[in-house]
Design a protein around this ligand. Sequence first.
Ligand SMILES: Nc1ncnc2c1ncn2[C@@H]1O[C@H](COP(=O)(O)OP(=O)(O)OP(=O)(O)O)[C@@H](O)[C@H]1O
Length: 474
Amino acid sequence: MAFAISHSRCAFPIFSSPPQQQHIYPKTRPWSLLRLSPPSPLFPPSRACTFSCRAQSVAQQATRTRTLRELCHGRVPESILMRSEEVGYVTPTDVQEQSLPVLLSRQDCVLHAQTGSGKTLAYLLAVFSAIDSSRSTVQAVIVVPTRELGMQVTKVARTLAAKPKGAAEKSQKECSIMALLDGGMLTRQKSWLKAEPPQMIIATIESLCRMIDRHLLKLQSISILVIDEFDYIFGSTKQVALLRKLLGSYSSSAARQTVFASASIPQHNRFLYDCVQHKWTKKDVVHVHVNPVEPMPSHLRHKFLMCTKKERLQVLLQLLDRDKPKSGIIFVLEQSEKSRKAGHSPSTTVVYEFLKDSYDGDLEILVLEQDMHFNARSTSFLESRQKGFLLVSTDIASRGFDLPQTTHIYNFDLPKTAIDYLHRAGRTGRNPLLKEVCTVTTLITQEERFVLRKFEGELMFQCEELSSLILDTC
Ligand SMILES: Nc1ncnc2c1ncn2[C@@H]1O[C@H](COP(=O)(O)OP(=O)(O)OP(=O)(O)O)[C@@H](O)[C@H]1O
């Protein structure tokens, strides 16, 4: 099987090339026509489409020539490599094969690859290679958009940092890793930072900035900064100012390595330009863009079913009965302010309570939404890792969640943008080497069909209509 890799190397002089049309994904229409998400403060419309980035595409054989160990040899500590192998990370995924030579040579990098392609392991190996575990200072910071993604990345990092089975008793000191995530007073973290700072911090932007403002954390000693799902953070008015501040202050550190990661980077050339202009990265930042012509993993099957809003709960129940998912996520939209003021229950509650009453399968029904107390959020998140589940969630679970047992995604509400669709769909089919066929089913009204058709065009996938027979029994 062949795959295409777009590997763009941005050197400053290329930005002086004449303005050219910008594309979100190659072969699609220009961003300005697509309006996939509201204009972000980072991408002011007046400056759109002003430069182009040199990019070259090369076709490569998907057969791996090197193992992860060979790719990381001499750069990543032996104990981490042993642990990776123990966990089952032996063969690199496409994005790991392409990005590790760049990341381990300490170049700034924009990691741009499909959902579930293994970006986390790629940047974590770079982080471990940059850390000197004998120095008790904060050397690496990973910024994530949500508490749950932070918990997940922390778990992977701690799994890799644990002592391998065959390691000598007196082997190298284990890397200490702190999760600095929103929720609670962070009292334990404050004392920890004062007493003996960890070498790696995984943080949400607000908690991180709070520690910096209180002078509990200094950035001078940091040698690598990773921003995961950065386009999501840039899209949030609450978080973007803090992130810009962090990137701005961090840019004063000359020995820095900065890594951005996401499966969706609208106007990526424009983003690379901004990185260099604002000194968020060095001038030779590398854009590792894996599979640029196929933003959506090809092993996902997309279906839709037309029904009225009133019929949706019953249709969902029938779909669950018919599909028999091993585990599934049911995505609903965040409650609008208007609906809240009118005293209506949020969709999460409506769907959750309906399933609790009506679903008689074996799966545990869980719920996750922004407004839940952080302890309840953690419980839902951790429980979903243990057994078969049906998780009813807003888009909070659409970014970075890695629940490999998820075989089905249901869009109970149509996502707002194509990018939201991409990330929701990407919560399934997450074994990058196995590429198991998984299903994404969207419930739409007749009037919403054109929106879904637009998503199909923008993300280059095809959605098959499910027989309306399913409704006959409603
Ligand atoms: N080399 C590897 N071999 C086997 N499995 C791997 C390898 N690298 C990553 N994985 C597994 O692939 C899954 C997806 O990885 P990861 O969460 O890093 O994806 P991602 O690219 O960050 O996706 P998203 O954009 O959705 O966040 C995880 O379950 C991870 O354990």
